[in-house]
Design a protein around this ligand. Structure first.
Ligand SMILES: CC(C)(COP(=O)(O)OP(=O)(O)OC[C@H]1O[C@@H](n2cnc3c(N)ncnc32)[C@H](O)[C@@H]1OP(=O)(O)O)[C@@H](O)C(=O)NCCC(=O)NCCS
Length: 200
């Protein structure tokens, strides 16, 4: 397996991986009427906003070479939020504001497309943010750690002094991973945890 820059042709795999890890790290396919919904919020916009802050883990699945994971985000959440509100939200809100809801998760995600993005109170020290998802076949072999290391270098190069992430309380594996990686706990809202990493 190898870590490489994002290419435009990786886009369908972002949606696929996002859905197949979208239920607190487990496959969320059965929870969504629309298989693209989760990727429309948590993956694809980042690649459109700034592909430099997307890294791909490439490997083989069933003899086929393809992306097996990604880490993506932004060096500046305020700039990303402004871009999302201007360039992504109007189209997505028109598509997803109303529609069938197969699960509570789908209902809450549909609502997110109509709520403005807010900045966390630790924004000044951790202005970037990230999401990481690996298919089960790529998990547990050290690639998650390597992806965060590579993403840290990329964001440092882009002038970012620190980044944060949110993880739901139902994702015990994700929480254990971030703790083991050595991330700093920044907050514990009722839905989960914020962790962060300083880069300077
Ligand atoms: C969470 C995830 C990114 C971790 O990546 P990974 O490649 O499986 O983790 P790694 O193999 O790099 O593990 C790195 C370290 O964390 C530890 N770790 C990983 N998962 C752990 C767990 N569930 N409990 C305890 N330690 C864990 C490893 O033992 C390893 O420790 P070491 O470096 O000291 O040997 C990956 O499993 C994943 O994508 N899961 C599904 C999607 C998801 O939950 N994403 C996060 C959403 S917020």
């Amino acid at each position: 397996m190898l870590i490489r820059d994002y290419a435009l042709s990786d886009l369908p795999y972002l949606y696929d991986i996002c859905l197949r890890t979208g239920d607190s790290g487990k496959d969320a396919t059965a929870l969504y009427t629309d298989p693209f919904l989760v990727g429309q919020y948590y993956a694809a916009p980042y690649a459109h906003c700034d592909p430099r802050s997307v890294l791909i883990l490439e490997g083989e699945l069933g003899g086929v070479k393809r992306p097996l994971g990604y880490i993506l985000g932004t060096p500046d959440t305020a700039a990303y939020n402004a871009w999302f509100d201007r360039a992504w939200r109007p189209g997505a809100a028109a598509l997803y504001g109303e529609g069938p809801e197969k699960s509570a998760l789908e209902k809450s995600l549909r609502a997110l497309f109509s709520s403005p993005l807010a900045l966390p109170d630790f924004y000044a020290d951790y202005p970037g943010h990230m999401h990481i998802d690996l298919l089960p076949e790529a998990q547990g072999s050290g690639w998650g750690r390597k992806l965060i290391d590579a993403f840290s270098e990329r964001l440092r190069f882009m002038g970012c002094p620190g980044f944060h992430l949110g993880v739901g309380k139902g994702n015990g594996n994700g929480i254990a991973f971030y703790r083991r990686y050595g991330m700093t706990e920044l907050g514990a809202p009722d839905w989960g945890y914020y962790f962060g990493k300083r880069l300077v």
